[in-house]
Design a protein around this ligand. Structure first.
Ligand SMILES: *Cc1c(COP(=O)(O)O)cnc(C)c1O
Length: 403
C-alpha cells in the first residue's frame, strides 16, 4: 500500500533491519541522523530564528544531547523534564517554561534552577510568576482559531483572546516582570500555512497597540510548533512554510522583524522513528466477512495514541508487500475496545500475512513512546532505542549494542 522509499532511504532501511532484528517487539527505533538532518534543514529555512525543541515529543537523552550540541534550546513543560534536561548539563538559559498550566511551587522551582523565561495565558498564573519568578521574561500565548486544518489541534485548552493578552502584558510590566512577547501554536501537523498569517496579524496588532498606548515594547514572537512530519496525507515542503512565513512577517513588520522562536517537535523527530509490531492474531468476524481484523502487540496504550479519532495516519509496511492486498482493521492487544487504531480508514495489507509477521509503522518518532501508558493490562511501556553514532542507545543514553 505504501512505498517504503518515499519515507526511508535504502541505506537507512538496511541499517535499521540489521540493527533491530534481535530486539523483541513491540519497539521503536529512532534514527538520530534523521533528526540531525531535520534540525539543520530548519535552521537553514529560518536562519533568523531560535529553536526550542519541544521535549515532550521525544524526550530521550540521546535526542536532547545531540540537539544541545547542534545549538538547540528547549521548551520544557514540567519539573520532571526540567530535572532531566539539567541533569544532562544543559544551561537553564537555554530553557523556556512553555506550559501555561503550572503550580505556583513549580514556578518557584524553575526559578530556583535558573530559568528566566515563562509562558502564561491567565491572570492567576501571571501573579504566581511575578511572585515566584520576579523580574523574569514572560510571553503571553494567544488563541488561534485554525484548528480544523491541524491533524492534532492544540487550541482551546491553551491561549487567551488577544484583548486579554494585552491586559496580561500590562499586568506583567506593572508587577515587575519583563513583558517579552507573544506566543501561539497553530496546531500540530498544521497543513494550512495560512494559519500562521492570521496569528502573525494578531501578534502585530498587539505589538503596535501595546507600544502606542502603554509604551511597552515587545521583542519576541514564539510561533510554537506545527510543522508537519511525513505521514500519509500530503503536506507542503518546509521551504514553502519558510517562504510564506517570512512573507507574512515582512508584510506585518517590514524590516523590523522581532526575534523569532520556533518550538518544533513533530517536524523534528517524527520522521526518525520506526515502530515495529508483531501480528498476534488475524481473524474475521463472520465466515464471509471481507475484512480481516489484525491484532498487534502495540496499540493505543503503548505507542499509538495519536491514532485517536484516526487523526495521525502512519504509513505501514510489511515484509510481504508487493502481492495481493485486502482491507484490514488494525487493533492493539489490550482488553479495551478503544484500542483500535484504524477502522474507518481502510488500510490494505497483504492477504498472506500470518501471526508472527511484522508490521513496520513509519514516521513514528514523535508522540509515541512519550505517550505510552505504564502498565495497562500488564503490558509494559513500549521500548525505545536510539540509533546513534556509537551504536544503539536506550532512552537514558546507555549503550545497548555497539556499532
Ligand atoms: C507540543 C508543543 C510544541 C510542539 O508542537 P509540534 O506540532 O509537535 O511541533 C511546541 N510548543 C508548545 C508550547 C507545545 O505544547
Amino acid at each position: 500500500m505504501f512505498n517504503r522509499e518515499d519515507y526511508v532511504s535504502d541505506s537507512k532501511w538496511q541499517s535499521f533491519l540489521d540493527l533491530s532484528k534481535d530486539f523483541a517487539t513491540p519497539n521503536i527505533f529512532i534514527d538520530l541522523s534523521t533528526i540531525k538532518e531535520r534540525f539543520l534543514q530548519l535552521k537553514k529555512s529560518f536562519p533568523y530564528a531560535d529553536f526550542y525543541f519541544a521535549v515532550k515529543s521525544n524526550p530521550g537523552n540521546p535526542v536532547i544531547k545531540m540537539l544541545d550540541e547542534l545549538g538547540s534550546n528547549f521548551d520544557i513543560a514540567s519539573r520532571y523534564e526540567l530535572d532531566q534536561v539539567l541533569s544532562l548539563g544543559i544551561s537553564p538559559e537555554k530553557l523556556s517554561y512553555g506550559n501555561t498550566i503550572k503550580k505556583a511551587r513549580d514556578v518557584e522551582y524553575f526559578y530556583s534552577k535558573g530559568v528566566r523565561m515563562f509562558a502564561t495565558d491567565s491572570k492567576e498564573d501571571l501573579k504566581n510568576i511575578a511572585k515566584y519568578a520576579p523580574g523574569s521574561k514572560v510571553y503571553v500565548r494567544i488563541l488561534v482559531e485554525n484548528s480544523s486544518t491541524a491533524d492534532w489541534p492544540l487550541s482551546r485548552k491553551f491561549g487567551c483572546h488577544p484583548d486579554m493578552a494585552y491586559d496580561l502584558l500590562v499586568q506583567a510590566r506593572d508587577s515587575g516582570l519583563i513583558p517579552f512577547g507573544i506566543s501561539f501554536h497553530p496546531g500540530s501537523q498544521q497543513r494550512d500555512i495560512g494559519s500562521w498569517n492570521d496569528a502573525i496579524a494578531k501578534t502585530k496588532y498587539l505589538f503596535e497597540s501595546l507600544e502606542e498606548e502603554e509604551n511597552i515594547k515587545l521583542s519576541m514572537i514564539n510561533m510554537g510548533g506545527g510543522f508537519p512530519a511525513h505521514y500519509i496525507q500530503p503536506t507542503n515542503d518546509l521551504s514553502d512554510y519558510a517562504s510564506e512565513i517570512y512573507r507574512y512577517l515582512h508584510d506585518d513588520f517590514g524590516d523590523k522583524i522581532p526575534s523569532i522562536i520556533f518550538e518544533p517537535g513533530r517536524s523534528l523527530v517524527g520522521d526518525s522513528g520506526i515502530l515495529t509490531t508483531e501480528i498476534v492474531l488475524i481473524s474475521r468476524k463472520n465466515n464471509t466477512a471481507l475484512q480481516r481484523w489484525i491484532y498487534l502487540d502495540a496499540g493505543k496504550f503503548n505507542g499509538l495514541i495519536e491514532t485517536l479519532d484516526e487523526s495521525i495516519k502512519y504509513p505501514i509496511i510489511t515484509d510481504k508487500d508487493g502481492g495481493k492486498e485486502g482491507e484490514v482493521i488494525l487493533a492493539g492487544p489490550t482488553c479495551d475496545s478503544a484500542d483500535i487504531m484504524y477502522e474507518d480508514l481502510k488500510y490494505r495489507l497483504p492477504t498472506d500475512l500470518k501471526p508472527g509477521d511484522k508490521l513496520y509503522w513509519l514516521s513514528t518518532g514523535a508522540y509515541t513512546s512519550s505517550y505510552a501508558s505504564v502498565n495497562f493490562n500488564g503490558f509494559p511501556p513500549i521500548k525505545t532505542y536510539y540509533i546513534t553514532e556509537r551504536g544503539i542507545e536506550d532512552p537514558a543514553g546507555n549503550i545497548v549494542k555497539e556499532k
